[in-house]
Write a protein that binds this ligand. Structure first.
Ligand code: OGA
Ligand code: NI
Length: 356
C-alpha cells in the first residue's frame, strides 16, 4: 500500500500564503481582482499633500499651557477628527526599533511566517492579506496585515510572533508606551468635554489591538487602494505611519494627504468617541493609497472598548434643547454590524441612531 501523504499544517499554510501581496507583487501587473471601481479608485489627479491636519505639541501640556492643549485637541477632534502629536513622550529609539521590527517581520521567509498566517478571523494573532473577507469581497486590498491584541500584555505576548527574535520584547515596550499616550490624550479629551478624570479609562479603553499594515510597491497606484475609505470603529487610534506617504483624510468632500512628520503620531477619533460625545467629536473617513516605488509599513494601535461594554451618548454633555442621537448598545453588537458595512460610517451608525 502506498503511504498517504498528509500535508503538515505549516506546508498547507505555505500554499495559502501565496495570496499575500508581498509574496507575488514583483512578478505580475496589477491583477483585475485588485482594480477598484472608477468611483472609489484614487485615479491620477493630484491630492494636496499638506499638513493641514492640526499638529499638537504635547510638551506644552504639563505647565500653564495645559488648557491651550486641551482646547487644541478638542477643536481638532471636532473639526477634523484627525491630528498629529509631537513631543509625545514615546522615545524616538523605541519607535524606530519597533517600526524596524515590523518591517523585518514582513521580510521573513515564508517558512518563518507560516506559523502566524491564518485565514481564520477568529484567531487573535494572525497574518493575512486584504480584509477578513478575502473570499467574499468584490475587490482585494493591496495590503498584508499582522494583527494581535496587546492587553493584558502578560497573556497576549505568548501568542505574538517569535520572529524576529526581538519582536516580543520590542513590541511589548512599544505597546505600553502607545497605550499610555492614548490614555493621556483621552484624558485631555475628557477634560475638554467637561467629563470626570478617568472617564475613558477601564472598560471603554481596555481592549487594545495592534494592526500592522504592509503595502508593497504597487504596479498601478491609481487603480487600487491599500485600505479603502473607512472610519475606525473603535474609541481612539494612535497611528505611526512611518516615513512614507500614503494616508489620506476625507474632509469637506475632498481628500487631503497627511504628509508624514518626523517622530509624530497620527491620532484619530473612532466611531465610539463620536457616539459617546453625541456627534460633538467627529470620526473622519480616511484611506491608504499605495505607491509604485517603496514598501510602506504602518502601525495602527486601536484603543477599543471591551466587547460587553455599553456605549451611549453621555447625558451630561447633551444640552437641554438637544436629545441623544444614539441608543445604548454593546460594543460587540456594533462590531457585528460594522464588518459587513466595510467601514462606511453612515451605514455602520444607522442601526444605532435615534431619529428625533
Ligand atoms: C487603518 C488605517 C492607514 C494607514 O489601519 O485603519 O486607516 O496609513 N491605516 O496605514
Ligand atoms: Ni483606519
Amino acid at each position: 500500500m502506498q503511504p498517504v501523504l498528509v500535508p503538515e499544517p505549516e506546508n498547507l499554510n505555505i500554499q495559502e500564503m501565496e495570496k499575500l501581496v508581498s509574496s507575488w507583487f514583483n512578478d505580475r501587473p496589477l491583477p483585475q481582482s485588485y482594480i477598484f471601481p472608477p468611483e472609489t479608485r484614487p485615479g491620477n489627479h493630484t491630492i494636496p499633500r499638506c499638513n493641514s491636519i492640526p499638529v499638537v505639541d504635547l510638551s506644552k501640556a504639563s505647565g500653564h499651557d495645559r488648557t491651550t492643549i486641551v482646547q487644541q485637541i478638542l477643536t481638532a477632534s471636532r473639526e477634523f477628527g484627525f491630528f498629529q502629536v509631537v513631543n509625545h513622550g514615546v522615545s524616538e529609539n523605541l519607535v524606530n526599533d519597533t517600526m524596524n521590527v515590523f518591517k523585518e517581520f514582513f521580510e521573513l521567509s515564508a517558512e518563518d511566517k507560516a506559523g502566524v498566517y491564518s485565514e481564520d478571523p477568529k484567531r487573535p494573532c494572525r497574518l493575512y492579506t486584504s480584509s477578513p473577507n478575502y473570499d467574499r469581497e468584490n475587490v482585494h486590498l493591496w495590503r498584508d496585515n499582522l494583527r494581535h491584541p496587546c492587553h493584558p500584555l502578560e497573556e497576549c505576548i505568548k501568542i505574538w510572533p517569535q520572529k524576529p527574535t526581538r519582536y516580543r520584547e520590542t513590541v511589548a515596550a512599544y505597546s505600553i508606551e502607545a497605550k499610555k499616550l492614548g490614555l493621556r490624550i483621552l484624558e485631555f479629551v475628557s477634560e475638554g468635554l467637561g467629563l470626570s478624570s478617568g472617564f475613558f479609562g477601564d472598560d471603554l479603553s481596555e481592549s487594545v489591538i495592534l494592526s500592522v499594515n504592509h503595502y508593497p510597491p504597487c504596479p498601478d497606484p491609481s487603480l487600487t487602494l491599500g485600505v479603502p475609505k473607512h472610519c475606525d470603529p473603535n474609541l481612539l487610534t494612535i497611528l505611526h505611519q512611518g516615513d512614507i506617504y500614503g494616508l489620506q483624510v476625507f474632509k469637506d468632500g475632498e481628500w487631503i494627504g497627511v504628509e508624514p512628520m518626523h517622530n509624530a503620531f497620527v491620532v484619530n477619533i473612532g466611531l465610539q468617541l463620536q457616539i459617546i460625545s453625541n456627534n460633538m467629536l467627529k470620526s473622519a473617513e480616511h484611506r491608504a493609497v499605495t505607491n509604485s516605488k517603496v514598501a510602506r509599513t504602518t502601525a495602527a494601535f486601536f484603543i477599543s472598548p471591551v466587547d460587553d461594554c455599553i456605549i451611549e451618548p453621555v447625558k451630561s454633555i447633551i444640552n437641554t434643547d438637544e436629545s441623544p442621537a444614539y441608543r445604548a448598545f454593546s460594543y460587540k453588537e456594533f462590531l457585528l454590524n460594522y464588518i459587513p458595512t466595510t467601514g462606511n460610517s453612515e451605514k455602520s451608525l444607522e442601526p444605532f441612531k435615534l431619529h428625533a
